[in-house]
Write a protein that binds this ligand. Structure first.
Ligand code: EPZ
Length: 430
């Protein structure tokens, strides 16, 4: 059934909004429970489709996955003997590839369907393969699956040719099953990498240096279950900060780690927004007189590529010409044609977008192309004259929980409808 969101724009929004657990940490820690071979309790797990999909994949592999409270799951992988993850759902998201590192560490062999994920450009896995092979793995890709086998895994030094969150985490997983110490150089420094490392240290793997460009992992035999709270989602938090600026609102975002948001906070201040930071909240007040700025996406601690589309909507409301340079993915301006349906023309030239503001958006029917574009179109709908209908909302559900409820609590005029094509029936669901 198709799901869409309808927004009547330019309603005043203000107040407080709370952020859920980090999608990109949870999607790595869930498969990492396979390394524990014991019962783990994960808290602050976001209720999003990719998480639910991964939990079902673990169940199919023989793990017990029980929800024990809102956003809390008990995952017991003691009985898992399955070293293959070949269900179709594996190619519905990118993070499924993490099963390779954990199964290789635990069983010295792994087989998985190649990953899917947002269509935002070329997303090779050559650095993951480079890491597995450096540890002694033999990799084979055929019929849409990837297999890795190793007589034994031996620690090694791996220099990543490109800073990759996925490859850093996947190599950490494989190294957990290797004899001796593995050193990952030019590692990703994202907070989600640190959260995964904290989980690994909790179950008995020895990881040092996470959060820096050099991470050392020492495989150990000893394992135990652990209770681990997932860190707050800095990208969800940044989405709401950009929304506050785009809509000239006073919004306080709770349950955040402000230091994770330094780059985006600095950019919003540069635009002229007022930003106050507390221990676990950030408040943004925007009065509409915004300055144009130049923005470049970089690996952490730079401005995250996952906030690029959302920041574009804020820049549409700034006075003058702003530019965005997308340095991470080669096709991440796919939201721009949808903005053209809303009456604005953002020029794209290679990896640069040129935004001439301020522009008034007009409500339209638009089509989300990926997770972060869906979030950006919601912000655009809140700013636009008239009604905006955002189709393909399944993209949003992959990474954001309870969006309609959260935004309605701020005063937004927003509903979600499900359209049953078979019976030609529309139902408002939240
Ligand atoms: C993770 O994707 C996130 N996804 C992405 O978030 C995020 O945009 C990205 O990191 C960058 O921060 C998850 O964690 C599930 P990368 P990942 O490997 O690991 C190139 C979202 O919206 N590369 O850090 O796939 C790659 O093409 C999603 O939540 C190689 O060349 O990203 C890209 O240009 C979208 N070879 C750059 O590195 C490889 O083997 C960074 O990619 C791996 C990556």
């Amino acid at each position: 059934m198709a799901s869409r969101i309808r927004i009547k724009g330019r309603k005043k929004i203000q107040g407080a909004i709370s952020v859920g657990g980090a999608k990109n940490a949870a999607l790595a820690i869930i498969p990492a429970t396979l390394l524990a071979g014991d019962k783990c309790i994960l808290e602050n797990v976001p209720q999003i489709t990719d998480v639910l999909t991964f939990q079902n994949i673990l169940r199919e592999m023989g793990a017990s996955v029980q929800q024990t409270a809102d956003n809390t799951f008990e995952i017991d992988t003691t009985e898992v003997t399955q070293w293959q993850a070949v269900s179709e759902s594996m190619n519905s998201f990118r993070a499924s590839y993490y099963v390779l590192g954990v199964l290789l560490a635990r069983f010295k062999r792994a087989k998985a369907v190649l990953p899917g994920g947002c269509n935002i450009g070329l997303r090779p896995i050559d650095q993951h393969i480079k890491g597995f092979e450096a540890l002694g793995g033999k990799v084979k890709i055929e019929h849409g699956t990837i297999s890795v086998e190793a007589e034994k895994l031996t620690g090694n030094t791996i220099y990543l040719d490109v800073v990759s969150v996925g490859a850093t985490i996947n190599i950490m997983f494989a190294a957990a099953g290797a004899e001796g110490t593995t050193v990952i150089e030019n590692a990703a420094r994202e907070p989600e990498v640190v959260d995964v490392a904290n989980f690994l240290n909790g179950i008995g793997v020895r990881v040092r240096g996470a959060g820096t460009a050099t991470i050392r992992i020492t495989g150990t035999e000893f394992r135990r279950g652990v209770t681990h709270p997932v860190i707050p989602d800095r990208i969800e938090a940044g989405t709401w900060l950009a929304m506050a600026v785009a809509t000239n609102s006073d919004i306080t975002v709770h349950n955040v780690i402000p230091v994770h948001l330094e780059a985006v906070i600095a950019k919003l201040k540069e635009m002229g927004a007022k930003v106050a930071e507390g221990e676990d909240y950030v408040r943004v007040i925007s009065n509409g007189n915004l300055r144009s700025v130049d923005l470049k996406t970089f690996p952490y601690p730079g401005l995250p590529t996952d906030l690029q589309s959302q920041m574009m909507i804020a820049l549409l409301h700034a006075n003058g010409v702003s530019t965005i340079i997308e340095n991470i993915f080669n096709n991440r301006f796919r939201c721009v044609p949808e903005l053209q349906r809303m009456g604005v023309n953002v020029k794209v030239d290679g990896n640069m977008a040129i935004i001439d503001g301020p522009k008034r958006l007009s409500g339209s029917v638009v089509y989300a192309t990926d997770l972060r574009c869906a979030a950006a179109l919601i912000i655009a709908g809140l700013c636009a004259e008239g009604e905006t209908t955002i189709e393909n909302i399944f993209h949003l559900d992959r990474g954001y929980e309870k969006v309609v409820k959260k935004l309605r609590a701020l005063g937004a005029d927003i509903v979600r409808e499900t359209y049953d094509e078979l019976n030609d029936q529309m139902t408002i669901i939240d």
